[in-house]
Design a protein around this ligand. Structure first.
Ligand SMILES: C[S@@+](CC[C@H](N)C(=O)[O-])C[C@H]1O[C@@H](n2cnc3c(N)ncnc32)[C@H](O)[C@@H]1O
Ligand code: SF4
Length: 393
């Protein structure tokens, strides 16, 4: 197992990561509102050159001395990237920031057989953690979710990934149409038999603008109501706790030490460079926190990078008030919670949290305050939007 670079190797609280967005997918899933697009042909050489160029643009802005703790290829479907492009991106990141063996390098993969055939190529390119979108372990639900893979294909891809990567994770979506608690428990037990150290378990969200949203509006898609969704969440916590993989974040479970370093950078409100269409970033520049955002449309992004070195919109300065809020919203997702002193520092010396609300929510079993550490309980994490609204009133 790799000795991982500790996030505090970087001087800025929360650490420093690089996010690379690959915006293409073989088909669009009916529930998905990520920045993902289906295109007939992708000019790989142009895309590779543009990714490298945009990384150079951001690298010139990042102050010297930052230590990268993670790189994450997300999408879209980065497992459709040629391994040579992944290798080229990692070489360039190494040139700018020095990627030692301890840097976590994750790639999101879909488990079709043609993509599984590239796993060894990704490993050779420097990827040391794979995160697979399995979503369901039965063919009927995979079909409802519009996935291109079958359950046997998913299991074969998991077996293949386990043979190649020390660290790997897969995603499942629950609260699917017609799902019962018993069926989910059975599926989760099978998932736990195959998991190594990390699982992401997302409750299905119906996002505006997706096919599922249209179907739901028409009455053609019915998902579990709030009570059943709550029961499914609780059943998830019980089984995963028993299996030694407790939630370290709302939807993410890991054995101790197997947490996603990259996502911890977001949740601990660290800094990250985001390249590729629609990527977000947060950078501390001369004491200010700056939000970066690139153009979402792949072709416009490509053109802007080729013409001007980046597809980024103008930076936005995150005000101290927003910094306090963002750090709270991120930190309460984590089982480790968040330090009030850190929130106060982000917010420019003012505690952004309504302490009377902390008292009230603690009495309802939704929060705990232990010294300086504010933490949402498992119940609180399930109702996080309501908790945050009360704390930030
Ligand atoms: C960027 S996406 C997809 C990565 C990869 N393309 C895939 O589909 O396997 C990351 C994960 O978000 C989850 N996800 C996407 N849309 C969702 C939704 N509407 N509700 C719940 N989970 C969702 C899925 O589990 C998915 O694997
Ligand atoms: S869930 Fe994954 S494969 Fe499906 S459209 Fe979204 S990003 Fe693409």
């Amino acid at each position: 197992m790799l000795p991982l670079t500790p996030p505090d190797a970087d001087a800025t609280p929360g650490g420093f990561g690089l996010y690379v967005h690959w915006p293409f997918c073989a088909s669009k899933c009916p529930y998905c509102d990520f920045n993902s697009h289906v295109r007939e042909g992708v000019d790989q050489a142009r895309w590779r050159a543009a990714m490298l160029r945009e990384m150079d643009h951001f690298a010139a802005r990042v102050p010297a001395g930052r230590r990268l703790s993670s790189v994450f290829f997300g999408g879209g479907t980065p497992s459709l990237m040629p391994p040579e492009t992944v290798a080229a991106v990692l070489e360039r990141a190494d040139h700018h920031w020095g990627i030692g063996d301890g840097v976590e390098v994750t790639l999101e993969a879909n488990p079709t057989s043609s993509e599984a055939a590239r796993f060894a190529g990704f490993r050779a390119a420097g990827v040391n953690r794979l995160s697979m979108g399995i979503q369901a372990l039965n063919d009927a639900d995979l079909k409802v979710l519009g996935r291109k893979h079958s359950a046997p294909e998913a299991m074969a891809a998991i077996a293949m990934a386990k043979g190649i990567f020390d660290r790997f994770s897969f995603d499942l979506i629950y609260a699917r149409p017609g799902q019962t608690v018993a069926a989910w428990q059975d599926e989760l037990s099978r998932a736990l038999d195959m998991a190594v150290g990390h699982l992401s378990l997302y409750q299905l969200t119906i996002e505006e603008g997706t096919q599922f949203h249209t179907l739901q509006q028409r009455g053609d898609l019915v998902v579990p109501d709030e009570d059943l969704a709550g029961d499914l969440y609780e059943a998830t916590q019980v089984l995963l706790n028993q299996a030694g993989m407790p939630a370290y974040e709302v939807s993410n479970h890991a054995r101790p030490g197997q947490e996603s370093r990259h996502n911890l950078v977001y949740w601990r409100y660290g800094d990250y460079v985001g390249i590729g269409p629609g990527a977000h970033g947060r950078l501390t520049l001369k004491g200010e926190k700056v939000a970066t955002r690139t153009h979402r449309a792949p072709e416009i992004w490509l053109q802007r990078v080729e013409e001007g070195g980046t597809g980024a919109h103008a930076d936005e300065v995150v005000t101290p008030d927003q910094r306090g809020r963002e750090a709270l919203m991120m930190g309460l997702r984590l089982a480790e919670g968040v330090s009030l002193a850190r929130l106060t520092a982000e917010a420019g010396g003012v505690n952004p949290v309504d302490m009377a609300a902390v008292d009230r929510l603690s009495r309802h079993g939704l929060l705990t305050l232990d010294g300086d550490r504010l933490t949402a309980t498992a119940d609180g994490r399930q109702r996080l939007n309501g908790v945050l609204a009360a704390l930030l009133e």
